[in-house]
Design a protein around this ligand. Sequence first.
Ligand code: NDP
Length: 444
Amino acid sequence: MSYVDEVLEIVQKKNADQPEFLQAVTEVLDSLRPCIDANEELYRKNAILERITEPDRQFMFRVPWVDDKGQVQVNRGFRVQFNNAIGPYKGGLRLHPSVNLGIIKFLGFEQIFKNSLTTLPIGGGKGGSDFDPKGKSDREIMAFCQSFMTELCKYIGADVDVPAGDIGTGAREIGFMFGQYKRIRGMYEGVLTGKGLTYGGSLVRTEATGYGLLYLTQELLKCHGESMEGKTVCVSGAGNVAIYAIQKAHQLGAKCVTCSDSTGWIYDPEGIDVALLKEVKEVKRARLTEYAAARPSAQYHEGRGVWQIKCDIALPCATQNELLLDDAKQLVANGCKAVCEGANMPTTLDATKYLQENGVWFVGGKAANAGGVATSALEMSQNSERLSWTFEEVDAKLQNIMVTIYHNIDDAAKRYGVEGDYVAGANIAGFEKVVEAMLAQGVC
Ligand code: NDP
């Protein structure tokens, strides 16, 4: 039996009640096979796979807080510190009723490789709680965040573990948590990222994922003898990632003709008006029907459908499983050249396979949307230096990072005989760096 299959069996036995974690480990190890098979003896002797699939440690704790009626509520808090071979643990805090240990472990495991890919010194971790922020008052959110941090602060620190936002944890929650950490530990340090600009946050963090996606896409095209200039782009989503992806695509000379939200989508052959889209989504928090009402060239359609529009480049930036096999077929039939994922897991496995088999350059989210976490790591650097870099400085570093990521994943795929498979390339490039550090640091 191969080393990968042997370890998958062990992981399955040990974590039978954690389907999301098992799925993530299976998918990652499967795509690493060319690299693991080539180094089987060394990795087996050092139990690399057994070690990398077992978190360094995991914390589960009670989070009691008082609601607006005076009733005590109890949630469960988590922090999984998965692997710190290349730097302090880093990963978001998810606040959602679906959160459990298996989900946090799955996210923490994936984070190891994504963080490694950024080229910056950050390890992998993840945390959160089954607390549901929906419908809670500001006071209730603060009560929860303070209680959560009262326990979490024992395990984190600027050089130990630096959590960030994730689903349900935005600027407001990060602010409340940062305040409580400071109060209990008496230390003003960059222990969280995603902070407000007045207390240690970084410029470009808001734009980072969308801009980074375009920097990587631009490099991908350049290396295939093409450019963004004059290209037609289809984007899905109308949130943080989508808005700044569209903005940067336009700056690079392309034309984005679509966007979408959870109820409908826009086709605007004149190109999406980013200022109007920001007004509708960031300021008014309204539906896309308002965009169409204010823009004569735009057509609004109910439901989903952006991928039926003819384009050179498709950038799914909304949510998971939003680009299906039929969409992939339509994109190929329309001559689409590249698909780069702004969202996490927007393309289903069969759609990914179809795109790859039909010559579309496909870059998965692990590499293509890494600009967000990379800029969080730049926030850590600025906090350590006690300096704030200008927008241009952070943007230049982000661009450099995304170009390097592209070349690293391209090289890794070539070295293991899977040229052009940027999904395998991303997993291999992220994995290799972590393993090299683990081997250098001995048995730990
Ligand atoms: P937002 O919540 O800001 O935006 C998500 C957008 O997608 C919204 O416009 C939403 O519509 C739309 N949407 C949700 N569900 C659907 C659907 N079923 N069909 C079409 N549109 C839909 O999130 P972000 O932009 O921050 O994140 C988008 C994706 O990118 C997520 O997968 C996230 O995990 C990933 N990501 C984000 C990073 C970041 O820095 N923000 C970093 C790395 C990954 P509506 O307006 O109706 O809610």
